[in-house]
Design a protein around this ligand. Structure first.
Ligand code: UDP
Ligand code: MG
Length: 315
């Protein structure tokens, strides 16, 4: 019997994407039908309040390879990816946005690199169309700072668009981190990793589900789960302040430059620094708290499309 072509899973997190989801499905079906591999599309509906899930369910009538995991509420992009990867059964798993910002054609390059022997092929954004300068600048600063302060090599300018070998997915699936920072976890896992360049497209429809607040949360999750740098910074700043205060004491013994304004300034500055670091420590503490509660990472309300046509006899 001829060997079956490889199965590749594409995981797509979906949050209120009704405006463009049909277009995404059509584009991906057209793309995958022209490839030598077999593909399954795993949509994870992250508690959409529009009819994204209905549209995906309807498309299952025409496309056998569409699978849907529905969360009981919005758990966030990173957890939607986490769940999608766990439900994937392909020999390689691709993660991409459901808004076609990540062009499907790049998957061909990713597969080629995978065949060359790489276990992780991540998409590196050489340009970002249709995104505000604010997002571009903050993202550029964030990725570069994160690289400086973490001990693992998280590549700059990459999102979650990537292909991972089954071996990597198996390791990822063992990690049960609340508030996961998936791209960091993939770097942490190791194996042979490489990049393919691509131009990030404009959204086909709808609007970004990543407002500033969510972006900041993601950034904090990235920092607190991969670096203790902010805590070390607290030590250094404290040490510096002590040295400075003694210097100041000696200085004022010789001169009589007593100034109330200066005192008040110093008081505010020090209180500010202390509160800032208390907050930072709190962020780490909260991670420990979250992990200690041992709640499930997400709740799946419903799945569909996972049984193959031949196994309909299952109860
Ligand atoms: N998304 C999600 N849950 C959320 C926010 C976003 O599943 O809470 C999905 C969203 O539908 C999209 C992907 O994650 O497929 C990336 O989000 P988005 O495109 O809004 O982010 P951006 O590309 O603007 O950074
Ligand atoms: Mg997007």
């Amino acid at each position: 019997m001829a060997k079956q072509p490889e199965l590749i899973s594409i995981v797509l997190p979906v949050f209120n994407e009704a405006a463009g989801i049909e277009n995404t499905i059509d584009t991906l079906e057209n793309f995958t039908n022209n490839q030598p591999q077999r593909f399954e599309l795993i949509f994870v509906d992250d508690g959409s309040s529009d009819n994204s899930a209905e549209l995906i369910t309807q498309s299952q009538e025409y496309h056998q390879n569409i699978k849907l995991v529905q969360f009981s509420r919005n758990f966030g992009h990173q957890l939607a990816i986490t769940a999608g990867i766990r439900y994937a059964s392909g020999e390689a798993v691709v993660v991409m946005d459901a808004d076609l910002q990540d062009p499907p054609a790049v998957i061909v390059d990713m597969i080629a690199k995978w065949h060359e022997g790489f276990d992780v092929v991540y998409g590196k954004r050489v340009s970002r169309d249709g995104e505000s300068w604010f997002k571009k600048v903050t993202a550029a600063i964030f990725y570069r700072s994160l690289k400086k302060i973490t001990s693992i090599q998280i590549p700059v300018d990459t999102g979650d668009f990537r292909l991972m070998d089954r071996q990597v997915v198996r390791e990822l699936n063992k990690m049960d981190e609340p508030d996961p920072f998936v791209r960091g976890m993939v770097s942490w896992v190791g194996f042979k990793q490489t990049a393919v360049d691509y131009e990030r497209q404009e959204r086909i429809a709808g609007y970004s589900k990543y407002p500033l607040k969510k972006m900041m949360r993601l950034a904090m999750d990235g920092i607190t789960s991969f670096s203790a740098f902010p805590l070390q910074l607290a030590n250094w700043t404290g040490g510096l302040a002590i040295v400075f205060s003694f210097g100041y004491l000696i200085f004022s013994l010789f001169t009589h430059l007593g100034s109330n304004q200066l005192m008040i300034f110093a008081l505010f500055l020090m209180t500010g620094i202390i509160l800032l670091f208390l907050g930072m420590i709190g962020a780490y503490l909260f991670r420990i708290f979250e992990a200690s509660r041992k709640r499930p990472l997400y709740i799946v309300a419903k799945t569909s499309g996972f049984q193959a046509a031949s196994s309909k006899v299952l109860p």
